[in-house]
Design a protein around this ligand. Structure first.
Ligand SMILES: Cc1ncc(COP(=O)(O)O)c(C=O)c1O
Length: 446
């Protein structure tokens, strides 16, 4: 089954791109840097995608489990969404004024998402978390935030701390980028996730200065780590007790793990929460919302929120159509597909006596090569053989299956992934095992 894929055009384009775009990419995370140059290519250039598949510029076809880092919940180029957006485009793409559609989508979201009493639209997850944090600061009249190690909330300065620190580092805040002012570091407290006592202590010590605790309800940027039983409830109780706003960043979990997101699944009512990705099946749209008393602080001469493209009719149309589709069997399908994939791959790995666990839930999960029985926080990932995962990524790529090269990203599936994809994927995994085990290590040490 193993093919020798030709990535000639991708390699050439990558070389050319580095001359014009720094690091040869439009988003740092996209670069398969740890596989480069041992595992060519550094970056595959894409021509098109349809349903569960994606094609590169050299004509190679892959079953896609990255799905644009999560947004594509229905499938690439999903007909109903594309048709609706194309139709809407005939009436213009941006008005910078209100529309009926804005109200329609807002109502739908408020019905679906437990904590939403009001909502504002934005264009990316980064914008959504940035605005939610500003709102929490305005409401509480406090400045600091608590975030967790290994959680990613977008590319703005307030949250770019300890997103991916070295495993041997002290508890943060560790800036994840150059250029972040020291003064902002002082406003950020970083805690270890899933540790009931640590967060309680930190809150008790700092609550007079802390406006918000922001958390991914399932860690989706450090593989997929589930919250311990009642951990999210513990955060909520602490926040209520100490006058702190609890923000759920549901940019990855939202509309994916349940219609109402993680807050529905875990039955916890955050004060504010942020959505993006699956909300528009790949079109750029995001939202933040929550309790009316807090949201009503947004407005002229109060809390600023805006944006030229916020609630533009094309993205809203994509969201409206996607939300309509999500009322059907999408979640059952994804749950079923993900469960079968987990079961099949686990069996193969266990049969070959490769120590592993599956972290996460069927809608977003990851295989971790470890002898540990469970992984509960970011630093636990140091026990996982990410080199082996990167080798699987490469061997799978050669066999027409695309997972991310980074073990800290998750495996997503969509409504368009079918039985044939499942069987092909399981065959590709089985066929990859030998070569992945003997392959050379490529991952840089953290
Ligand atoms: C949990 C989470 N929050 C926020 C973001 C930022 O979203 P965006 O890339 O749309 O700005 C991401 C992106 O991956 C994310 O995973």
């Amino acid at each position: 089954m193993q093919k020798k894929l030709n990535w000639k055009k991708s390699l050439k384009l990558y070389e050319e791109e580095t001359k014009y775009l720094p690091a040869g990419t439009s988003s740092n995370a996209r670069l398969w840097r740890v596989g480069c140059p041992i595992y060519e290519p550094c970056s595959v250039f894409i021509k098109r995608a349809k349903g569960s598949h994606i094609w590169d510029v050299d004509g190679n076809k892959y079953i896609d489990y990255r799905l644009g880092y999560g947004p594509v919940i229905l499938g690439h180029g999903y007909k109903k969404v594309v048709d609706a957006v194309n139709k809407a485009a005939k009436d213009g793409s941006v008005y910078a004024l209100g529309t009926e559609l804005e109200i329609e989508v807002a109502k739908k979201m408020i019905k679906l998402i437990p904590c939403f009493e009001m909502v504002r639209f934005a264009n990316s997850g980064t914008e959504a978390t940035m605005n939610a944090i500003r709102l929490a600061r305005a409401y509480t009249k406090k400045d600091k935030i608590i975030k967790f190690e290994g959680h990613y909330h977008g590319a703005h300065d307030y949250v770019l701390f300890s997103t991916d620190p070295p495993f041997n580092s002290k508890k943060g805040p560790i800036p994840a980028s150059l250029g972040i002012p020291k003064s902002i570091e002082k406003l950020t407290i970083v805690e270890e996730w899933n540790d009931f006592n640590a967060i309680e202590k930190t809150v008790k010590k700092n609550y007079k200065d802390v406006a918000a605790i922001i958390t991914e309800p399932i860690m989706g940027n450090a593989s997929a780590i589930m919250p311990k039983k009642d951990y999210l409830k513990h955060l909520k109780e602490l926040c209520d007790k100490y006058d702190i706003i609890l923000i759920f960043d549901e940019v990855k979990t939202g509309f994916r793990i349940a219609k109402g997101g993680a807050q529905e699944k875990f039955n916890v009512d955050p004060d504010l929460s942020c959505f993006a990705k699956a909300m528009g099946n790949g079109y750029p749209i995001a939202a933040f919302g929550g309790h009316e008393e807090i949201m009503n602080l947004i407005g002229p001469k109060k809390v600023i929120h805006g944006g030229t493209y916020s609630a533009n009719p094309l993205s809203l149309t994509a969201a409206n159509t996607t939300l309509n589709e999500l009322s059907g069997k999408v979640h059952d399908h994804i749950e079923n597909f993900g469960s079968k994939l987990i079961k099949g791959v686990s069996k193969l790995l266990n049969d070959h006596k490769i120590p592993n666990i599956v972290s996460g839930c069927p809608a977003m999960f990851q295989f971790l090569f470890t002898k540990k029985k469970e992984i509960n926080n970011y630093k636990d990932l140091r026990y996982c053989d990410m080199n082996l995962y990167a080798r699987f990524h490469f061997e799978l790529l050669k066999r027409g299956v695309m997972v991310d090269e980074d073990n800290e990203e998750v495996i997503f599936s969509s409504y368009s992934h079918n039985k044939e994809d499942l069987n092909k994927t399981l065959n590709a995994f089985e066929d990859s095992i030998h070569d992945a085990l003997i392959g050379k290590s490529a991952v840089m040490e953290k």
